[in-house]
Design a protein around this ligand. Structure first.
Ligand code: AMP
Length: 214
């Protein structure tokens, strides 16, 4: 059973490849962004604390994120493996994760770093549409649904995430370059880092990851 971290800028395809990989590996995908969005839509205290940061494309403070990941990794389905999507996002988060794992025993098997040029990221983010109900992701030109505005899987309406407009997307990429990109060096030193070309598309990425894990 694998313990995997996916690193990459917003729009690099992390969420899509994460879904395909966990289907194959039978491990849970743990996306901190999804957890925050769920809390936001349910107006929980955590969601309300995260709201302002998310809408501006800023990172939610480390303390809030670390506690929620520590709780999530303690759940039964994460005992033998998981894929972390969107965490860690800062050096203090990576250090906290090392602390959480040291307590629980076994560490991370692989850290996949997905590279995509900035102009491609912006156009992917601005064209992204998400099912309001099941969360499936589409793109207006690269991966449109069969019927415009409607999810192929569950028939619900598609929405654009509030933080997927061009201005917020540009800020999220800046924040990524400042706070998250340094994690590549952090994990390169551990020998766990594998860099992959994110323009290859989700299936090619998934196959490359499976080869690295085998
Ligand atoms: P994502 O879906 O991963 O792009 O995350 C959406 C937003 O949730 C980010 O822009 C942040 O505001 C917040 N967020 C998600 N994960 C983290 C994290 N590990 N640390 C801080 N903020 C996060």
């Amino acid at each position: 059973m694998a313990k995997i971290i996916l690193l990459g800028a917003p729009g690099c395809g992390k969420g899509t490849v994460a879904g395909r990989l966990v289907d194959e590996l039978h491990i849970p995908a743990i996306s901190t962004g999804d957890i925050f969005r769920k809390n936001l839509s349910e107006n929980t205290p955590l969601g309300l604390k995260a709201k302002g940061y998310m809408e501006k494309g800023e990172l939610v403070p480390d303390g809030l994120v670390i506690d929620l990941v520590a709780d999530r990794l303690g759940e039964d389905d994460a005992k033998d493996g998981y894929l972390l999507d969107g965490f860690p996002r800062t050096i203090p988060q990576a250090e906290a994760l090392d602390g959480i794992l040291a307590k629980g025993g076994a560490g991370i098997d692989k850290v996949f770093y997905i590279n995509v040029p900035r102009d491609v990221l912006i156009s992917r983010i601005a064209g992204r549409r998400v099912c309001d109900s099941c969360g499936k992701t589409y793109h207006v030109t690269n991966f449109p649904p069969r019927a415009e505005g409607t999810c192929d899987v569950c028939g619900s309406g598609l929405i654009q995430r509030k933080d997927d407009n061009e201005d917020t997307a540009a800020n999220r990429i800046d924040v990524y370059e400042r706070d998250t990109a340094p994690l590549a060096d952090y994990y390169r030193k551990t020998g766990l880092l594998v860099e992959l070309d994110g323009t290859a598309g989700p299936d090619a990425l998934k196959e490359a990851m499976l080869r690295e894990l085998s």
